[in-house]
Design a protein around this ligand. Structure first.
Ligand code: IPM
Ligand code: MG
Length: 360
């Protein structure tokens, strides 16, 4: 294994994951050739498919492989097939295990509305045109991971625990302040400080941190109000920072503002910029295997990978521009198609984006 190679592990996972990952893999091969990136791409098992083949949604072999790679590209995990198995073995556990094993605490979820897709949003054009916001979600703490959890022995009670340490809040806060500083200089921290002690602590910690970022204008918002404001006046936000569960919910709302969750990429980074990249959409078992899935979220996740882990901004921009160009030509998968649009499949959409990159 050469030291300077950029190593990428693809974990296609379940549902539409394998289909969109095939497109991403072809994209990586093309980028490698065109930009001499010296990529080394391999594949592994995660999620339901890993459980089926090994009895474990996050097999040791996958963890070992992931340690050897700077970037991991995930398709999607989960599906009704595995709904009945114990919570420890669920496909989602594989994903959560990856996040915590590598300390991917900083989850960046941009919600950008392509100008070609304004009509795909369920909101009025003037509310969403030019929408470009970033949700910074804390990903390895909070109620997702807090202990104690589970059934209380000898009782009919079940527990989950929301907890945060000052360090955990500070490090995600820094990521958000840095992002806000590079963007419009506006940061909104979302919590439930009127009810939860954890949230008051979150709010105080973020406020203290703000003294180090005088150029960033910080505001705080309660999560229920933030959910409402996101659909009422989404463009009031630029960067939002919030804890794990609130971020899970708010990022789905933000995604829908852009018309389709099928468009949105995400990056989950640790403090060495190693990253797990994944589409925000899930495994969509209802359309799996039918060549209906939108591969653009996966393609755009590769762009984020180029930007954050490999610091290849030029390559990232080339991918993003190619996606815009293909959309400008009127090409649509079913999730972003208007009534009059002709619909193309996963494979064709992938080919069009690749062709666009190739010819530029
Ligand atoms: C997400 C997903 C995951 C989460 C699931 C699949 C565990 O909804 O990435 O937003 O809740 O974090
Ligand atoms: Mg989610």
């Amino acid at each position: 294994m050469s030291k300077n190679k950029k190593r990428i592990l693809i974990l296609p996972g379940d549902g539409i994951g394998p289909e969109v990952s095939v497109v991403a893999k072809k994209l990586l091969v093309l980028l490698d050739q065109k930009y001499s990136l010296d990529l080394e791409v391999s594949e592994g098992l995660l999620g339901g498919i890993a459980y089926d083949q090994t009895g474990d949604p996050l097999p040791k072999e996958t963890l070992d492989k992931a340690k050897e790679n700077e970037a991991i590209l995930l398709g999607a995990v989960g599906g009704p097939k595995w709904d009945q198995i114990s919570s420890e073995k669920r496909p989602e556990k594989g994903l959560l295990g990856m996040r915590s094993e590598f300390d991917f605490f900083a989850n960046l979820r941009p919600a950008i509305l392509s100008k070609e897709l304004v009509s795909a949003s369920t909101l009025k054009e003037e509310k969403v045109a030019d929408l470009d916001l970033l949700i910074v979600r804390e990903l390895t703490g909070g109620i997702y991971f807090g202990e104690p959890r589970g059934k209380v022995k000898g009782s009919e009670e079940v527990l989950n625990t929301m907890r945060y340490s000052k360090d955990e809040i500070t490090r995600i806060g820094r990521v958000a302040f840095e992002a806000a500083r590079k963007r419009s200089g506006k940061l909104c921290s979302v919590d439930k400080a009127n009810v939860l002690e954890v949230s008051s602590f979150w709010r105080n910690t973020i406020s203290d941190l703000s003294h180090e970022y005088p150029e960033v204008e910080l505001s705080h918002m309660l999560v229920d109000n933030a959910a409402m404001q996101l659909v009422r006046e989404p463009k009031q936000f630029d960067v939002i920072v919030t804890e794990n569960l609130f971020g899970d919910i708010l990022s789905d709302i933000a995604a829908m503002l852009t018309g389709s969750i099928g468009m949105l990429p995400s990056a989950s980074l640790n403090d060495t910029n190693k990253g797990l990249y994944e589409p925000v959409h899930g495994s969509a078992p209802d359309i799996a295997g039918k060549d209906l899935a939108n591969p653009l979220a996966s393609i755009l996740s590769v762009a984020m990978m180029m930007r954050y882990t490999f610091e290849e901004e030029k390559v990232a921009l080339a991918i993003e521009q190619a996606v815009e160009s293909v959309l400008a030509l009127g090409q649509r998968t079913q999730d972003i198609a208007g009534k009059k649009d002709e619909v193309i499949g996963t494979i064709e959409m992938g080919q069009l984006v690749l062709k666009e990159i190739e010819s530029n």
